[in-house]
Design a protein around this ligand. Structure first.
Ligand code: SAM
Length: 454
């Protein structure tokens, strides 16, 4: 590939000097494919995915290609993410119990990585401005089995009234000119012209102004792009440091092959070397820019704690849920039960009230109230560990193929045939629910997800 948009080659020839040819040459080389293993799953051994080697940073990254209709993908054991993007989550590295915002989150690469660190504790607000993309994000969060995630669909400014000064950590993986995507998706080049990075930078500054309103004193901001353009990288951080003296840049511990940011590509502020640049000619990855900032501790201003979400179940819903839980689960689930229409969710206890928010997923979707009974949601099967369920039925490969295709199947006659809801597993991880009636496992795999495995 050599048909760069007009002006692109000249620009990087000038910026990169002697390195430019090596940089351009990478665009002719194959895309670096990778994925992360999901530590929230009971069994983390790959079942039907090939991998060659580990990504040099973090514990979960591997090189290799994810197959969409595989066991590993449908059980949420792996999430596709190219290796350089995996450094963003590693640097963000939230602690369990923190309140974290992923402000531009779809399709969910950074969100699922953040959730991996949080280990089902604290609260992760995962926001996406575009509804369709927010829906994909929500599906990806479901498959990953994260229980502490609120998926919202808002423009950044709309979140501020609810979350002013609220978050310990904010990740902004900003919309950008996407130069690091050119190899993976050559179509992305059609949007590029020499002024595109400046237009993106304007949007990035606007989003950052809103993001900072939601950061706590002492909180951290992780800013990243998948572009090489200095306007959207060092120059954005130079502008932040200039406009917000209360922000400081944190050093990034740079693995081999990761470069320092280039002060000379912005205003010369020597602090900018603390930012990280990932170039495809220096490491096996598509390219990224990352900055880690911190809002210096200010004198504490007494703040009103936000109103927390309260349960809204009717007595009869409580009873129906309890009957289901007693029959199906080994232990009570911790959190606050709330309904949206006939859907029942479990949200972390301190979640702020959801009034005024467009929420696509409020924590864990437990299931649906039907007339006098409760039907569990796939999300519950993907999020809770198999040992939480009273009845577990491990599928063999053939039964799994029948299950994901939507078929009913007969279970082995030697298993104890207790009627009711079964968590179906494969490779030790939940894959969905079935209901055992007269020796037959009725299929509850959602119709929209069914497929014929190859
Ligand atoms: N963090 C995601 C991941 O790792 O999977 C990728 C995010 S992508 C680089 C940037 C996101 O910003 C896109 O999902 C895009 O829809 C969203 N976006 C576009 N315009 C925006 C705006 N004006 N404000 C906030 N987000 C915007």
């Amino acid at each position: 590939m050599d048909d760069f948009p007009q002006g692109f080659k000249e620009r990087y020839a000038e910026l990169l000097g002697d390195e430019a040819e090596a940089f351009f040459a990478t665009f002719k080389q194959p895309v670096q494919k990778g994925f992360r293993i999901n530590p929230l799953k009971a069994n983390q051994t790959l079942y039907d995915t090939q991998t060659t080697q580990a990504v040099a940073w973090g514990n979960w990254g591997r090189f290799g290609r994810l197959k969409g209709h595989s066991v590993d993908h449908t059980t949420g054991l792996i999430y596709s993410q190219e290796p350089s993007a995996q450094l963003v989550g590693e640097i963000a590295h939230p602690q369990p119990d923190e309140k974290v915002l992923d402000l531009a989150a779809a399709p969910g690469g950074k969100t699922t990585h953040l959730a991996s660190f949080m280990n089902q504790k604290g609260l992760l607000v995962s926001n996406e401005i575009f509804k369709k993309r927010a829906q994909i994000l929500s599906e990806n969060v479901e498959r990953f089995g994260a229980k502490n995630v609120l998926v919202t669909n808002h423009a950044p400014a709309e979140l501020v009234p609810k979350f002013a000064g609220y978050f310990d950590r904010i990740v902004l993986d900003a919309p950008c000119s996407g130069e690091g995507m050119f190899r993976k998706d050559p179509d992305a080049m059609q949007y590029w012209d020499v002024d595109y990075p400046s237009r993106c930078a304007k949007l990035q500054r606007e989003i950052l102004v809103e993001a900072l309103k939601m950061l706590k004193s002492g909180g951290e901001l992780i800013y990243s792009t998948c572009t090489f353009a200095p306007e959207e990288d060092e120059q954005i951080i130079a502008w932040l440091l200039d406009s917000y003296p209360e922000l400081e840049l944190m050093p990034i511990d740079k693995p081999k092959g990761v470069d320092d940011g280039r002060p000379e590509w912005a205003d010369g502020n020597p602090e900018l070397v603390k930012t990280a640049r990932l170039f495809p000619h220096h490491l096996d990855g598509e390219g990224h820019f990352i900055a880690h900032l911190r809002l210096k501790e200010a004198d504490a201003v007494a703040k009103k704690a936000p109103e927390v979400v309260k349960t809204n179940l009717t007595d009869s819903q409580k009873e129906i849920w309890q009957t289901f839980a007693d029959e199906t689960l080994q232990r009570p689930l911790m959190g606050t039960l709330i309904t949206f229409g006939d859907q029942l969710y479990l949200v972390p206890t301190d979640t702020p009230s959801l009034k005024g928010l467009r929420v696509l997923r409020a924590g864990l979707n437990l299931g649906t109230f039907k007339k006098n009974r409760f039907e569990p949601n796939l999300a519950l099967a993907l999020a809770e560990q198999p040992e939480m369920f009273k009845h577990v039925y491990p599928l063999d490969d053939q039964q799994w193929a029948q299950y994901v295709h939507g078929e009913t199947f007969f279970v082995d006659s030697d298993i104890q045939q207790v009627k009711g809801w079964y968590l179906l597993t494969i490779n030790g991880n939940g894959t969905g629910f079935g209901k055992l009636v007269d020796g037959q496992m009725k299929n509850f795999y959602p119709k929209g997800l069914r497929f014929m495995p190859k």
